[in-house]
Ligand binder design. Structure first.
Ligand SMILES: *Cc1c(COP(=O)(O)O)cnc(C)c1O
Length: 350
């Protein structure tokens, strides 16, 4: 017997989510809001009606209806996923052939490139400028130059917190010969969604998640919105029972609470704005903070040469954030948590 692993499975780059227990968790861009008791009760009631001996609805029909109503999208143009992570893992390898090229715009969410390995596809990157911006023209030119078949980016961007304007996005979608995936995981905190444009293009997929503004990271639920042709392909590619019955039941409850969800997003936005202001005041006094980026998300992106030290020092205080090699990404927590973070930084920095 001599078994050797396929080359692509050797030295896999790991996505390293925080697994240690921290007192203050500002590392995963989760919502800091807790689910109200009344809604929790409705959820328990809904889960109690799940038929545990049966497979889930493969099309998550009711869930797509609820989500479609909330976002004014036809439910038949939605594909539900076990988090938008699952949808990314389906789209990236399948919309690329061997030796095809995917274009990313860096820095961006790291999971996009991971799946290209599985099909032996190539990735090319366009780097953002000092302001963490690129122009539509830059993207279009680069896509043509590398013959990109797939272009994936988040808008607003994780980790930079910066948003690209709707007109620029549509200009790109209209000009490139690639499938364009716009990951709108944080769009509830910003504006300029292209969700209403999916039927106007042959090459547009918009990803949404319930994990961020809606505070439902635990149930793993995301959606892909695209025209009928693409949606048909996505539904064929996904595993038949990808969204479990409990998630479907819970998702239906929560997505039915429009006002609550809007309130959550507004509250998180407001707390992030205050957090940004406090950090800005701090940054004006501390030369260690080279730059604080404007944010249209629920996190801050900070440029500092001392990112490693700060990251380690915060860890010792029981606070976890993301260290990104000269930059820090800090999720907005509760007011008290954000204030504590600013105070600790005030002590640590020069
Ligand atoms: C958090 C995040 C996701 C993952 O969302 P899930 O639905 O929880 O899998 C996808 N894209 C971006 C840019 C994110 O920040």
């Amino acid at each position: 017997m001599s078994y050797t692993l396929p080359e692509k499975l050797k030295n896999l780059p790991k996505y390293d989510p925080v697994t240690e227990i921290y007192r203050v968790r500002l590392d995963a861009n989760e919502s800091f809001l807790e689910m109200p008791e009344e809604i929790k009760k409705e959820i328990l009631e809904a889960v109690s009606h799940v038929e545990f001996n049966r497979y889930p609805d493969p099309n998550s029909t009711k869930l797509c209806e609820k989500f479609g109503k909330l976002f004014h999208v036809k439910p038949e143009l939605l594909t539900a996923g076990n988090g938008s992570d699952e949808l990314i893992s389906i789209i990236v390898p399948n919309f690329l052939g061997e030796r095809d090229t995917m274009l990313t715009i860096l820095p961006d969410f790291s999971m996009y490139t991971f799946y290209t390995r599985m099909v032996g596809a190539r990735t090319e990157a366009l780097n953002k400028d000092e302001n963490m911006e690129v122009t539509a023209e830059d993207v279009i030119e680069k896509a043509a130059q590398v013959n990109a078949r797939l272009l994936v980016f988040s808008n607003p961007c994780n980790p930079t917190a910066v948003t690209m304007g709707r007109e620029d996005i549509l200009k790109i979608v209209g000009a490139v010969d690639a499938m364009v995936v716009v990951d709108e995981a944080y769009m509830e905190f910003s504006e300029g969604s292209v969700l209403d444009e999916i039927e106007n293009y042959d090459n547009l997929i918009v990803l949404k998640t319930c994990s961020k503004a809606f505070g439902m990271a635990a149930i793993r639920l995301g959606f892909a919105a695209a025209n009928a042709r693409i949606t048909n392909i996505l539904k064929t590619l996904k595993a038949p029972y990808n969204v479990n019955s409990m998630t479907q039941a819970v998702g239906c409850v929560i997505l039915g609470h429009k006002e609550y969800l809007e309130k959550c997003a507004a509250q998180i936005k407001e707390v992030t704005r205050e957090f940004y202001q406090d950090m800005k005041t701090l940054a004006e006094r501390k030369k260690d903070i080279q730059r604080l980026y404007p944010t249209e998300t629920n996190f801050l992106y900070v440029k500092t040469e001392r990112s490693d030290e700060i990251f380690e020092a915060l860890k010792k205080e029981g606070i976890s954030i993301r260290n990104m090699n000269g930059y820090l990404r800090i999720s907005a927590g509760s007011k008290a948590e954000n204030r504590e973070l600013v105070q600790v930084l005030d002590r640590l920095l020069q």
